[in-house]
Design a protein around this ligand. Sequence first.
Ligand code: F6R
Length: 365
Amino acid sequence: EKGGYEHFMLKEIHEQPKGLEDTLNKRLKDGNIINLDGINMTKKDIEGFNKVYIVACGTAYHAGLVGKAAIEKMARIPVEVDVASEFRYRDPFVDESTLFIAISQSGETLDTLAALREAKSKGARILSVVNVVGSSVARESDDVFYTWAGPEISVASTKAYTTQLMCMYLLALYMGKEKGTIDGTYYAKVIEELKTIPEKLQHILDKEGDIEKLADIFYKREQVFFIGRGPDSGVAYEGSLKLKEISYINSFAIAAGELKHGTIALIEDDTLVIALATQDALFEKMVSNVEEIKARGARVIAIAKEGNTEIEKKADIVIYIPQCMDELTPLLSVVPLQLFAYFVAKNRGCNIDKPKNLAKSVTVE
Ligand code: F6R
C-alpha cells in the first residue's frame, strides 16, 4: 500500500506532481481557460466582494497565507487569514459582501467547521477548498473547490498543502481575470507556468539525495529557524511546522524582516537557519538578512532559484529550485523542506507517519 516507499509521507511527497497536475487539469478547459464549473461565482459576485477571509488550521492555514498574497496581488481584494480557533471567537467583521474561504484537507476539522458556521450565520458566501469529497466542510459550504491530492494517510500533510496552493492560485487568477485587475498576458503567463510546475517539482524530487545528505549532517540539532519574506514567509512557517511535528526538533519560523525586532537575540554561533530567498523582488533584502545572521555566527542553508548564485557568497549551503515566477515559488520551495523534515525525522528514528500526540483529523476543540 505504500507503493514501495518506507513511509506514507515519502510516498505522498512523491505524489505531488500527479496531484498538482490533476488539480490543474480538472479546472482547465481548452488549454488555458479556468472553468469553475460547479462553483457559483459570477463576475458580479466577484466585483461585489469587498473582503476575503481565509480560515483554516495548521498546514491548511499556511496555504492560506500564500493564498492571501495571490488573491491580493491578482484580484486586488483585501484578504485576512486567520486560524479557525481564533476567528470563531472574535466576532469578525463578516457580512453579505464577504467571501469566506475555508481550507481543509479532511473537511472534518472542528474549529474550521465552527468558523464556517459562524461566517455563514453572518451572511458570508462560503467557498471551501477541501480534499475529502462529501466531508462536513464540503457539505456545509455554498461551493467547493476540490483538491485532487488523493487520500492523504500520513499525519504530516504534504500533497494536500501543494494542491491547496494550486487551488488558491487558480481562484486568484480567475477572480483577477473577471475583475479586470490582471491583463490577458499576465493571465496566460501564469497558466503556462502552472503547467510546468509538476515537471519542475519532479526535478526537485529527483535530487532528493542532496537533501538526505543535509539531513545526515544536521539531524542532531536541537533547534532550527526558518526565515523568508513575502510568499516565502508562509513557506517558512510550513517548513518549520513539518520539521517540529515529525522530528520533535524545536523549530521556529519568522518573517525575515522581523528578526531584528527580538528573535535575532537567539542567533549564536552555529545556530541553524534555513533562509528562503526565492523572491527576485525581495532577493537583496534576504541577502542582507543572511548577512546579519551570519555576522552572529549562524549556519545558513538558503533556498534560491537556479541562477541566483549571489547567495552562495553569503549562505553556507544553497539548495536550488527551478526558475519560476515569484508568485508561484511556494509550490516548489516547500518540497526541499518537506524532504528535509522527513529525512531528519528518519535519522532520529521517529514514528514519521504517526507522530506522537497528533491525529490526522482534529475533530475536538
Ligand atoms: C500538519 C497537519 C495539520 C493539519 C490541520 C488541519 O502537517 O496536517 O496541521 O493541516 O490539522 O487539518 P485539515 O486540513 O484536515 O483541516
